[in-house]
Design a protein around this ligand. Structure first.
Ligand code: SF4
Length: 522
């Protein structure tokens, strides 16, 4: 059979298969999406029904429909998919997408839809081949992480692969050529060979991947492949300077979170000295200097992430922002990890100069759960301040740490986020303090119920980090009736009661279901 015959038969078969079907196309937020879908509908002689903008929309008639992640969030699209016979991703080049992240998230929605058993068409698209290639690499090489090729982190007087890396690189930013430094090169080569580096990267291996939770290694590699339009390992080799500066500038803070330590909060430092509280870590560290950033070299592809302490109350952050405004460097990806408790007019005014600003706002529970764990904060104030930043056009994501305080009530936060911040990403970060571990709550059935409710929310499918995998991992863990480490639970109550005594509060007034767990200690 000639190629022409094959082509004609395929065309007839395709037409036959597509008539009477409801097909959803996912695309960019440009007019090209509508044009392409109309063109395809004409080609197959079916109706083009246009854009779906509402989650409650139900398609009644066969034909072609389209939507994008700027019209509906990931969870809404996944919910909508059940009304369609097939879902296609349009093969639009990167310049048709308003932001590279939009293409990445749409690709990830397609992957999820395929896992859920929908008929999907996207794998042959040119526009997502780089994501498929790096997904393949991440799956088959458990060591590879993009950070050593793009990241410059200085902490405690040394360079680090990232803020979570356990072993320092024995030098400072001013002393080395970041590209050619032998220790960096050795790490890069080991990662390319797939040799695990537990001394540096045990947080990703142990806290995340061994528990089937998406790790920083996996999430950040995908994010940076999209951001820098990296297609291959050869592209990585061409990178000559860092694109990501992640700096902890000091410990000045206006909160006293129960998972925090003196080196990260000046108020906790003061409290622990006054009342002789022994925290998991009491060491003091050398903070990063903002001067390692060459402001003049910042471009729209560079990310600066500042944390503390609390950046909104740190003089260094204000000075850095003023310097950038003065030098007219305001279009780089500028991200602050904040607690949302205090947003001054001066701060808002400075932020208004930056065109690519994001906030990672910490919320560790709904209402009183957050206020108790993140002591000194007020849930309603954080929500109000987050809206202020959102209304100014800044990008917002919510950062939440699942732990013993919130693992039985996490669904309340997820349900709240669905209503209040439906378009914000959610990031889950595993608690590193063993006695507050999210995997050591004694009431298994209560956790399972909360996880079941989380799974029904849109936030469960957010394009943020670790959310779905973390909820699934917790659900699986607690469904298998794990045995709680009672010695660890006892240690948790001892430390928590000590803080309650100093702060003159009672756990049972904030999280009664956790207070009731004292009965498990025999
Ligand atoms: S693997 Fe994890 S710990 Fe290691 S550099 Fe990457 S993100 Fe950091």
């Amino acid at each position: 059979m000639s190629l022409l015959h094959k082509y004609i038969i395929n065309l007839i078969l395709n037409k036959f298969m597509i008539v009477n079907k409801k097909v959803l196309y996912l695309g960019s937020n440009s007019t090209d999406t509508d044009l392409q879908v109309k063109r395809l509908a004409a080609q197959y002689n079916v109706t083009a029904h246009g854009l779906i903008e509402s989650e409650s929309f139900i398609p009644n008639d066969p034909g072609f429909y389209h939507t994008s992640l700027t019209d509906l969030n990931s969870g809404a699209i996944i919910n909508l998919a059940k009304y369609f016979d097939a879902i296609h991703l349009l093969d639009q080049p990167l310049d048709q997408w308003s932001h590279s992240k939009l293409l990445l998230t749409t690709y990830r929605v397609m992957v999820e839809l395929e896992k859920l058993g929908h008929e999907t068409f996207y794998k042959n698209n040119t526009n997502i081949q780089k994501f498929i290639n790096f997904d393949h690499l991440l799956k088959n090489n458990k060591s590879f992480c993009i950070y050593p090729w793009i990241n410059l982190v200085e902490a405690d007087g040394n360079l680090n692969l990232c803020a979570r890396s356990a072993k320092k690189i024995n030098t400072t930013a001013g002393e080395i050529n970041w590209k050619t430094n032998p220790e960096y090169q050795k790490i890069r080569q080991a990662m390319l060979k797939g040799e695990l580096l537990p001394d540096y990267c045990k947080v990703c291996y142990n806290n995340y991947e061994n528990k089937n939770i998406e790790s920083y290694r996996e999430f950040e590699t995908r994010e940076w492949v999209a951001k820098l339009d990296i297609h291959s390992l050869e592209d990585l080799d061409k990178i000559e300077r860092p694109y990501y500066y992640e700096l902890r500038l000091g410990n000045k803070c206006n909160l006293m979170c129960r998972s925090c330590v003196p080196m990260h909060s000046s108020l906790i430092e003061r409290e622990s000295k006054k009342f002789n509280v022994i925290h998991q870590s009491t060491k003091s560290i050398k903070y990063s200097s903002i001067d390692i950033i060459d402001v003049n070299s910042l471009t729209s592809k560079t990310r600066v992430y500042l944390t503390g302490g609390e950046p909104t109350v740190m003089t260094e952050v204000y000075e850095f922002m003023e310097k950038c405004i003065k030098l007219k460097k305001v279009d780089f990806d500028f991200t602050l990890g904040i607690n949302g408790q205090k947003i001054s007019k001066k701060f808002l005014n400075l932020c208004s100069h930056f065109t690519n600003m994001s906030f990672s706002v910490s919320l560790d529970g709904y209402g009183l759960v957050n206020d108790y764990w993140r002591w000194g904060s007020n849930f309603d104030t954080i929500v109000k301040n987050t809206h202020l930043l959102e209304d100014q056009g800044h990008s917002i994501s919510i950062n939440c740490v699942p732990g013993i305080y919130n693992v039985t009530n996490l669904h309340l936060l997820f349900e709240f986020l669905d209503q209040e911040f439906p378009n914000c990403g959610l990031y889950l970060q595993i608690n590193h303090i063993s006695e507050q571990s999210v995997f050591n709550h004694p009431n298994n059935s209560l956790v399972v119920k909360s996880m079941e409710k989380c799974k029904k929310t849109r936030a469960y499918y957010t394009d943020g980090k670790s959310v779905k995998t973390c909820i699934d991992s917790l659900y699986d863990h607690y469904s298998n009736d794990p045995v709680c480490d009672i010695a660890l639970l006892k240690k948790f109550f001892e430390m928590n009661d000590r803080l309650d005594q100093i702060r003159n509060v009672r756990l049972k007034d904030y999280i009664p279901e956790l207070d009731e767990c004292r009965k498990y200690i025999v």
